[in-house]
Write a protein that binds this ligand. Structure first.
Ligand code: GLC
Length: 739
């Protein structure tokens, strides 16, 4: 094996683990002093590997030569203990022998695929979400990759935007909790541990507010909305210690995020005192030319480095331009030193200067990836992510006495689609389809029939007849409809978010047989399916559930897991309602209900209400809420209210309920939403069991960004609401904050 002399030894620096934390800055200084300007600029440059490129490729046969010449600080889309070691060996041939960091989009699992993040958000289970990221981190780190470009923490209120599948939905409070949990999961006990990877909070910022839900489109909003709705999950990621940030493709109020010093310097590195580094999104530095913000790559490089973009992913703007910009005195070398320092700090923290190959260990990789423990974690997450939307006539849970079950629909036997977008492709992967999951569950005691019925998105109904015939032979029909894995995701915006093709016509045809029908909708976003929602007795939203999808769906269908998911996004009735979200402003003429339209803020042709509301989800059991008490109904700013009530499982199944606490600030210097999620708990109760649930309300929960963008609470009246969904409030009481 090639010997290398760690740079640290050349520099006479002892790098014991405990010393590193205290002396990293000194080590960085000593490395910086030895670097030429070109070598510093090389650290700011990142290329993709060619095998799994995740953006428009620029052909470059000299990548390895560039690495050897010290022109690269990082690569993305290089994975595997063997592959990363090979590339790292090339970096060790460079003059400075500074190790590369390898990054990858591990968005919902590395070798074992987890449910898409929007599905995980539907679990409202922070411990489970953190564990999913933990498992992904273990598998990723064991495969030589140091850095995941996750969590994506963009708040999204527009389901036409395909990247809603990647985030935590529409709510800032839930999204912030999930951002924190996922960063903690990825980074575990801290960088340097061999099962921890750097997290990357993205896309900074407000990318989810793309006008018209069209990916990469401009974003225009008040600073108030930016601070109130879109920034808090990023701040939660900072608080969780996120090692890196990624900026976003969009302009924010006319300035590309990549060149936006308000975002990257004033807020992130200034107010939030962020010490990690910012990587540009794929090509976003060079894209400032197309935005009309930079006239050429040289100016793009100048604008980006000044605005605080530390690393250039795949735009090849920094490498050819920064030395000239320094020579022309347009960019002070101090800015480049700051960016290099931030990147070197992470390489020291990862322990790569001690041993550049420490993550590239084939034996550890084989032991860690795709383990039974990891698949079990994915199964549990998948079960908790499923949302029961409807269950009339007690069609569910399925009886084990059914002799024949028909699986009908274009996603019934699909495996690839269960992975969803932003999953990593594996040869001979073993993804469990719905059909296989049911087969695993029922064995030989029940006969499974199958008909595809139609394709996902074409107009042919030639398969309907067979599907109807198969349905007629069955005791119950389980239908699998929705989106293909690449109908939601990056650059997958859709103006029409109805279930694609003729799938709902297939549902109608099968429903007409009179057989009991359960529809499972598998998708990466909220879809519109009004006829199905109104006419089919049982419906589940199963998103894209990953490696164990079929087993999770079978467990829930048979009641071996009682569904507990709650929608993290509003489901509109029609695209015309979008953007539609639960925490809207009242207006001066609020409609009292869907029929109240005369001189009201309402449509003539469509209710204001959604098809399914934020926070909505059913269980096989029922819950009763009673006995709401507040410890005080008036508090001073430094006091708190203890809220308590009784939750009772009044059904016949044990089950989990996500109790949601909403507040309304009735009058304030900036109008407040009609309600805002301020806390929640996921509670398991046995059939018949009661439990006293308590929450605390303090000034923090009453605060908001005022006209001066200061985070403050104002004296006044509040309404506290406890609900099982944002549109299903069970208990409420008023209270007052005193001066
Ligand atoms: C993509 C995505 C970003 C991803 C990056 C690297 O274009 O916008 O989320 O991390 O490029 O694949």
């Amino acid at each position: 094996m090639k010997r290398y002399i760690p740079l640290a030894l050349i520099l006479g620096i002892s790098l014991s683990a405990s010393a590193q934390d205290k002396k990293i800055e000194k080590k960085i200084d000593s490395v910086l002093k030895l670097m030429t300007l070109d070598e510093k600029i090389g650290q700011l440059n990142q290329y993709t590997g060619d095998r799994d490129a995740t953006g428009p490729i620029t052909n470059n046969p000299n990548k390895l030569k560039d690495i050897r010449d010290g022109k690269l600080g990082s690569m993305l889309n290089v994975r595997g203990a063997k592959e990363t070691r090979e590339v790292q060996e090339v970096a060790m041939q460079s003059r400075m022998k500074i190790p590369l960091i390898f990054g990858l989009d591990v968005i919902h699992g590395y070798r074992v695929t987890f449910p898409i993040p929007l599905a995980e958000a539907a679990s409202w289970d922070m411990a489970e979400i953190e564990n999913g990221a933990r498992v992904a981190a273990r598998e990723t780190a064991a495969s030589g990759v140091h850095w995941t470009f996750a969590p994506m923490v963009d708040i999204a209120r527009d389901p036409r935007w395909g990247r809603v599948m990647e985030g935590a939905g529409e709510d800032t409070y839930l999204g912030s909790k999930i951002a924190f949990a996922r960063v903690k999961g990825f980074q575990g006990k801290g960088l340097g541990n061999l099962d921890a990877v750097m997290a990357c909070a993205k896309h900074f910022a407000a990318y989810g507010a793309a006008i018209a839900g069209r990916d990469y489109n401009a974003v225009d909003m008040s600073e108030h909305t930016l601070w109130e709705t879109y920034l808090p999950p990023f701040k939660a990621a900072v608080d969780a210690g996120a090692a890196t940030f990624m900026n976003s493709f969009n302009t924010l109020n006319g300035i590309p995020a990549t060149g936006n010093s308000y975002l990257q310097r004033d807020i992130l590195k200034g107010q939030w005192k962020y010490q990690g580094f910012v990587v540009s999104d794929w090509g976003s530095i060079g894209e400032m030319i197309a935005h009309g913000y930079a006239k050429d790559k040289e100016q793009a490089a100048e604008l980006a480095i000044k605005a605080g973009s530390d690393m250039d992913m795949e735009s090849r703007s920094y490498l050819p331009s920064l030395a000239k910009l320094v020579a022309d005195k347009k960019v002070p070398v101090a800015l480049i030193d700051d960016a290099v320092r931030r990147i070197l700090r992470k390489k020291f923290e990862l322990g790569l200067f001690d041993d550049p190959y420490r993550f590239s260990n084939v034996a550890r990789q084989e032991k860690e990836i795709n383990s039974a423990e990891n698949r079990k974690a994915s199964l549990t997450m998948a079960e908790k992510s499923i949302v029961l939307l409807k269950n009339e006539k007690e069609v569910l849970p399925l009886s084990k006495n059914f002799k024949k079950i028909a699986v009908i629909g274009p996603l019934g036997k699909s495996e690839k689609d269960m992975q969803g977008f932003w999953s990593i492709a594996w040869d001979k992967d073993n993804l469990v389809s719905l059909y296989q999951g049911l087969k695993n569950k029922v064995g030989n005691q029940t006969e499974l029939l199958y008909a595809k019925g139609c394709e996902l998105s074409d107009s042919s109904k030639t398969g309907f007849a067979e599907a109807v015939e198969v349905a007629k032979q069955a005791d119950v029909v389980v239908m699998a409809v929705g989106e293909a894995f690449d109908m939601s995701g990056e650059a997958k915006s859709r103006a029409n978010i109805h279930i694609p093709g003729v799938q709902e016509d297939l549902i109608k045809a099968v429903q007409a047989t009179g057989k009991p029908v359960v529809v499972l909708v598998m998708a990466g976003r909220p879809l519109i399916f009004n006829w199905t929602a109104d006419n089919v007795p049982a419906i589940m939203y199963t998103w894209w559930l990953g490696s164990e999808a079929g087993n999770a769906m079978a467990n829930v269908l048979y009641g071996d897991y009682n569904p507990s998911g709650k929608l993290p996004m509003t489901f509109p009735r029609d695209e015309g309602q979008i953007p539609l979200y639960y925490n809207y402003l009242s207006t001066g003429r609020p409609a009292k209900n869907d029929k109240d339209t005369r001189y009201r803020s309402a449509y003539l042709d469509m209710p204001n209400s959604p098809k399914f509301a934020f926070g909505y989800g059913l269980s096989y059991t029922t819950f009763d809420y009673s006995g709401l008490t507040l410890s005080k109904t008036q508090i001073k700013p430094d006091e708190k209210i203890t809220v308590s009530f009784t939750l009772k499982n009044t059904g016949k199944y044990a089950g989990e309920e996500v109790v949601q606490l909403y507040l309304q600030d009735k009058f304030a210097s900036v109008v407040r939403p009609v309600k805002e999620l301020k806390d929640f708990q996921k509670v398991m109760l046995k059939a018949g069991e009661s439990k006293t649930i308590t929450f605390n309300i303090d000034k923090e929960k009453l605060s908001f960004y005022n006209q001066q963008l200061k985070w403050a609470a104002e004296a006044g009246d509040f309404k506290l609401m406890i609900g099982t969904a944002s549109n299903n409030i069970k208990l409420e009481k008023d209270f007052t904050l005193l001066n």
